[in-house]
Design a protein around this ligand. Structure first.
Ligand code: PGA
Length: 252
């Protein structure tokens, strides 16, 4: 029986330097040698380190992704990087709408939608992030907030293109806290329902927020979890390797 793909995505955020990034990429590449075909590993370094990492990973099964992109191809946008630039630098994927972008850079669903659209146009696979804050969850608004983000962040016409969603509760990111397995399952089913209503087909939904070697196996086994988006634990080669191994060990 063939196993549905499991995505293991490492978000390095603003960490690393050329030497550390090359060493980490080399270790991740080594951890992925001989893995079953259902495991798809992507690492997302800071943009300035992308060419080094992509070069290090060429010839391995590990893909390189960006952490964000601009919605335009080019122009007078100081400090920004476009989706075609990421593709030219060796990326196949790009994270858009991460809560650290939505909150720290005040990115709206409309902007995330435009960024995802730009990524698709450039031939990249957008990893579109959604997730509620603690206050929204406490106020019983988690589904409303996440449902709106899903519907408004997925670009028109994405139905026949390859993209994935990532459910990342803001309160679980970097906090060591994770939702219960039931809460993850329920929210993933809700997201899949809203997404398929929007685009007319099923969509893979990853989970992100305090994923580590110790909980990866349990989280990856939750129905509806198509993979994990990993921050802190993706910076430690051994820890990330164990998360990849947990995905490789999954049976049907
Ligand atoms: P974390 O971050 O694994 O450090 O909680 C996840 C993310 O922000 O993507």
């Amino acid at each position: 029986m063939s196993i549905a793909p499991k995505y293991i995505v490492g978000n390095w955020k603003m960490h690393g330097d050329p030497m550390k990034a090359a060493a980490l990429a080399e270790a991740v590449g080594r951890a992925c040698v001989g893995l079953p075909a259902h495991v798809e590993t992507v690492v997302c370094p800071p943009s300035i380190l992308i060419p080094d990492v992509a070069r290090q990973l060429s010839g391995s099964s590990v893909k390189t992704g960006g952490q964000d992109c601009h919605s335009e191809r080019e122009g007078a946008y100081t400090g920004d990087i476009s989706a075609p630039m990421l593709a030219a630098a060796g990326c196949t994927h790009v994270i858009v709408g991460h809560s650290e972008r939505r909150i720290n850079h005040m990115e709206s669903d409309e902007l995330v939608n435009a960024k995802a659209d730009a990524a698709l146009t450039a031939g990249l696979v957008p990893i579109i992030c959604v997730g509620e804050t603690q206050e929204e969850r406490d106020g019983g608004r988690a589904e409303d907030v996440v449902g709106r983000q899903v519907e408004e962040s997925i670009p028109e016409g994405a139905g026949d293109r390859h993209f994935v969603l990532a459910y990342e509760p803001v309160w679980a990111i970097g906090s060591g806290k994770t939702p219960t397995a039931d809460d993850i399952r329920d929210m993933h089913h809700y997201i899949m329902k809203r997404a398929s209503f929007r685009i007319g087909r099923p969509v893979a939904v990853l989970y992100g927020g305090s994923v580590k070697a110790a909980n990866a196996e349990e989280i990856l086994a939750i129905p509806g979890v198509a993979g994990v988006l990993v921050g802190g634990a993706s910076l430690k080669a051994e820890e990330f390797g164990k998360i990849i191994a947990a995905a490789a060990a999954l049976k049907g």
